[in-house]
Ligand binder design. Structure first.
Ligand SMILES: NC(=O)c1ccc[n+]([C@@H]2O[C@H](COP(=O)([O-])OP(=O)(O)OC[C@H]3O[C@@H](n4cnc5c(N)ncnc54)[C@H](O)[C@@H]3O)[C@@H](O)[C@H]2O)c1
Length: 244
């Protein structure tokens, strides 16, 4: 009897709190992991805590560079052969009123939050398996805009459009969905003005911040047969903030 192949996943921005929660949940599902991040500070520890190679690899990737995406794809080809799931988690959230946005700020935000998603998916596309699934971590900001976060919100809006476009192009082999978290209790939220943060909690129907594991569980659902007829969708995971 042939041994069943383990599923494989690439998670970008894996040192981030939400992507780390996703990696931990995927690990519980026995999914083999390629964890990438621009920062090497916490990645080796995370990789070790998830058993290390050959089930969990940690590789440096600057998502703004196509050559890094191609290097990740070559490594995945060598060690996994194919890729079942891609989760694009790398992101940069900055408080930037319009008059303070320098050209470099604009380009950096678009490069990390939007180009990085495109480069990663394009490079990994030839490796995507039958019934594979991509989940892009967008944001509520991309759905409805965000005061003083124009570059970020614009990039995340682009991620939602990219998701719907690729859902058509990569079907039926690969499903492509996005999720739009609202306020999740991570260090990314530290740059948010305290008054705005409190006001947003106040207008969130569930009256609290979300937790990284509450994002991970929805990503895991989208990367499972339970979501086998879903593609081109973006799920609101923001305690109802979207409808308020
Ligand atoms: N925290 C929230 O409330 C929230 C809300 C909506 C959406 N999101 C999205 O969720 C994702 C994860 O966010 P998080 O809260 O875990 O943030 P985080 O800051 O903890 O993680 C982001 C990760 O991206 C990495 N990164 C930054 N630039 C990179 C680059 N050029 N190449 C590769 N990696 C790079 C960082 O090193 C970091 O590890 C992001 O895409 C973010 O926009 C977060």
């Amino acid at each position: 009897m042939s041994k069943q192949r383990h599923k494989t996943a690439v998670i970008t921005g894996a040192a981030g709190e939400i992507p780390t929660a996703i990696a931990k949940l995927f690990h519980k599902r026995n999914i083999r992991l390629m964890l990438t991040d621009i920062s090497n500070d916490v990645l080796p520890t995370l990789v070790n805590s998830l058993g290390g190679e050959p089930n969990c690899y940690g590789v440096r990737q600057d998502v703004t560079k196509m050559e890094d995406a191609e290097r990740i794809a070559a490594t995945c080809k060598d060690v996994f052969g194919q890729v079942d799931y891609i989760v694009t988690g790398a992101g940069l959230y900055q408080h930037l009123p319009l008059e303070e946005i320098a050209e470099a700020d604009w380009r950096t935000s678009l490069a990390i939050n939007l180009d990085g998603v495109f480069f990663t998916i394009q490079a990994l596309r030839p490796l995507l398996s039958e019934d594979s699934s991509i989940v892009n971590i967008a944001s509520l900001a991309g759905q409805r805009g965000s005061l003083n976060h124009t570059p970020y919100a614009t990039a995340k809006g682009g991620v939602l459009t990219l998701t719907r476009s690729l859902a058509q192009e990569l079907a039926p082999r690969t499903r492509v969905n996005a999720i739009s978290p609202g306020l999740i209790d991570t260090r990314m939220m530290e740059s948010l003005d305290a008054a705005k943060r409190q006001a947003m909690i106040g207008t969130t129907p569930l009256q609290r911040l979300g937790r990284p594991d509450e994002i991970a569980s929805v990503v895991s659902f989208l990367c499972s047969d339970a979501a086998s007829f879903m593609t081109g969708e973006s799920l609101q995971v923001n305690g109802g903030l979207y409808v308020n």
